[in-house]
Design a protein. Structure first.
Length: 340
């Protein structure tokens, strides 16, 4: 079991990676090889026209020393949706989940044991044709690499409601994890950072009237004591953390709704103290408390900022429930932990 003293995500990679190539209409045998560079020609299509997709999940070491991957089936289903939208062939469930099992099993010593840490798993797929024509590629490379991630204690963040730029539009690729979604988000996010915010809260691509999600996270608000998160559409990523928190809230009897949240409702709710809490939910930080929201040049402080030590934060309560399942401190009634 490694102890890298809380490494930054991506700073280190485990010893091996899984690689599986697609050529002439079929997937070849997946291979597990030492982590290392790919040899790709400059004309490789993924460098040019954006046929690239990825996933992100984590493997955990429970307190009794067992290792599991958290909800790989749900990540596989999202990878299938991403691949389909990007006209890419889909690896079989056996290559994806079976491959993860083999890879994490082999590199099990890389799964950290410290509380709050995990092994981040990054499956991805790129188009590897080498003729510079804009077209659906005929050849692809699917690969999985792993990177230990420390206890990502997230400081409460400041977010700004984005009313100028968009991340996704109806009919676009917002519901997928294609590379372009992330490249296009960098510029607006940098503008927000220059203004002292950590992240943007995206709004709908039509009128900028409704909240969608944040950079790498779905978003939740506690409005009048009800946990509210925007509904899934083709402009929002179907987050595995979002789904897990909604399931845990239902089990704990915390009232929750998936419904549209307008910027006006959010502003009024913040002004009148009806919005008590807000947080982002995603694989990296699990729950990222929001301390301040900027709307049209005015900043609003959230009354309840989950700090991990404070009490009364629904976000932190849900995070604890999720972590208890993932670190083996509580039963896993939903079968989320895929033991290897
Ligand atoms: C745009 C976006 N939204 C939401 C999420 C949260 O999804 P998950 O909980 O599956 O990590 C992510 C991270 O994958 C993301 O990139």
């Amino acid at each position: 079991m490694i102890n890298l003293n809380n490494p930054e995500l991506g700073a280190y990679n485990s010893d091996h990676m899984l690689v599986c190539d697609y050529r002439e209409g079929r997937w070849l045998e997946p291979e597990i090889v030492p982590f290392g560079p790919f040899s790709l020609l400059p004309t490789t299509l993924a460098f040019h026209y954006g046929q690239t997709i990825f996933e992100g999940m984590k493997a955990f070491r429970t307190e009794d020393g067992r290792i599991h991957i958290f909800r790989p089936e749900k990540h596989y289903q999202r990878m299938v949706r991403s691949a389909t939208r990007m006209c890419m062939p889909v690896v079989s469930r056996e290559v994806f989940i079976g491959g993860l099992r083999r890879l994490v099993g082999l590199d099990r010593d890389w799964v950290p044991g410290q509380a709050g840490s995990a092994l981040y798993i990054r499956p991805f797929q790129i188009a590897t044709d080498t003729k510079l024509k804009v077209k659906v590629a005929d050849s692809y490379k699917f690969a999985v690499v792993c990177s230990p991630a420390g206890d990502y204690f997230s400081q409460p963040v400041r977010v700004r409601v984005e009313r100028e730029y968009v991340r996704a539009v109806q009919g676009g690729t917002g519901f997928t994890k294609c590379g372009g979604n992330y490249g296009g988000a960098l510029y607006p996010t940098e503008r927000a950072k220059e203004e002292g915010y950590d992240q943007v809260l995206w709004t709908d691509g039509k009128n900028h009237d409704y909240i969608e999600e944040s950079g790498m996270m779905n978003v939740f608000f506690l409005i009048d004591g009800v946990l509210v998160t925007p509904p899934l559409t083709d402009t929002i990523l179907d987050g595995v953390t979002r789904d897990s928190l909604l399931t845990l809230a239902a089990r704990a009897g915390i009232p929750a709704e998936e419904r549209a949240v307008s910027v006006d409702e959010l502003r009024e709710g913040l002004e009148r103290g009806r919005v008590r809490e807000a947080f982002g939910a995603g694989t990296a930080a699990v729950v990222s408390p929001i301390r301040e929201i900027g709307i049209d040049g005015k900043d609003y402080l959230l009354p309840v900022v989950g700090s991990g030590v404070g009490v009364g934060s629904v976000g932190m309560e849900l995070k604890k429930m999720l972590d208890d399942i993932r670190y083996g401190r509580a039963a896993d009634p939903f079968g989320w932990n895929f033991y290897i």
